[in-house]
Design a protein around this ligand. Structure first.
Ligand code: CA
Length: 226
């Protein structure tokens, strides 16, 4: 899952990037509204954390422009504690949730997980696919109850596939959601990671859809090509 953080307070921006990275997300950051707007307009993010008070272009305007252009990613706004009118303006502009500053990182992460689940149409914090179970709170993965140890990139890949269960995802889709904008992307590496992930999981739930990409689904679904 790839997250954009638009925040001009450098300390807070660093803290958010660190906490989100530790929670298993890949993170791009922007320090002003113009840069943030550009990134959100051109890169495919799974969610955005958007401060409202920003230099160059305020957060409400950034959000309005995204929505007007049809950008539908979930957006969580950061508002000042005593500015209730900011929350109203933010929601009216298309925000999905908010956290008031100062906030506890745990709360922000929980709200973000909920936004990502909602966007994926998943109601519970545990995602289950056949024998696979992913606890999105702790990033723990089990198959038939047995814990599976994954690297952070393998977890990101699995989590992204699981949030899009049943959908065919191209290698390009996967690369765009697994790496940040500075990474030298090579979609061939995805094949390698898929291979490792399959081996570690030991169950046939990541299906190859020839010429199109991959699909995570129940084992031995009809029409599999691998
Ligand atoms: Ca600010």
């Amino acid at each position: 899952m790839r997250i954009l953080v638009v925040e001009d307070d450098q300390d807070l921006q660093r803290l958010l990037k660190k906490s989100l990275s530790e929670a298993g997300y890949v993170v791009d950051v922007a320090s002003d509204g113009e840069e943030g707007h550009f990134l959100g307009d051109t890169e495919p993010y799974d969610a955005v954390i958007l401060d409202l008070g920003l230099p160059k272009m305020d957060g409400v305007t950034v959000l309005e422009r995204w929505r007007k252009a049809g950008r539908k990613m979930p957006v969580l706004i950061l508002t000042a504690r005593d500015r209730w009118s900011d929350k109203v303006a933010g929601f009216d502009a298309g925000a999905d949730d908010y956290v008031a500053k100062p906030f506890y990182t745990e709360e922000l992460l929980a709200r973000l997980r909920a936004l990502l689940r909602r966007a994926a149409g998943i109601a519970s914090a545990d995602i289950e696919v056949g024998p696979l179970r992913i606890d999105t709170r702790s990033s723990r993965v089990t198959v038939d109850g047995n814990p599976i140890k994954l690297t952070s990139l393998e977890y990101r890949l699995l989590s992204y596939l699981a949030h899009h269960k049943g959908q065919v995802l191209s290698r390009t889709d996967l690369v765009e959601h697994l790496y940040d904008q500075d990474f030298d992307r090579d979609s061939n590496t995805i094949e390698v990671f898929i291979g490792r992930l399959r081996k570690k999981l030991g169950v046939d739930i990541i299906h190859t859809v020839r010429g199109l990409g991959y699909r995570l689904d129940e084992p031995s679904a009809v029409g599999d090509t691998n």
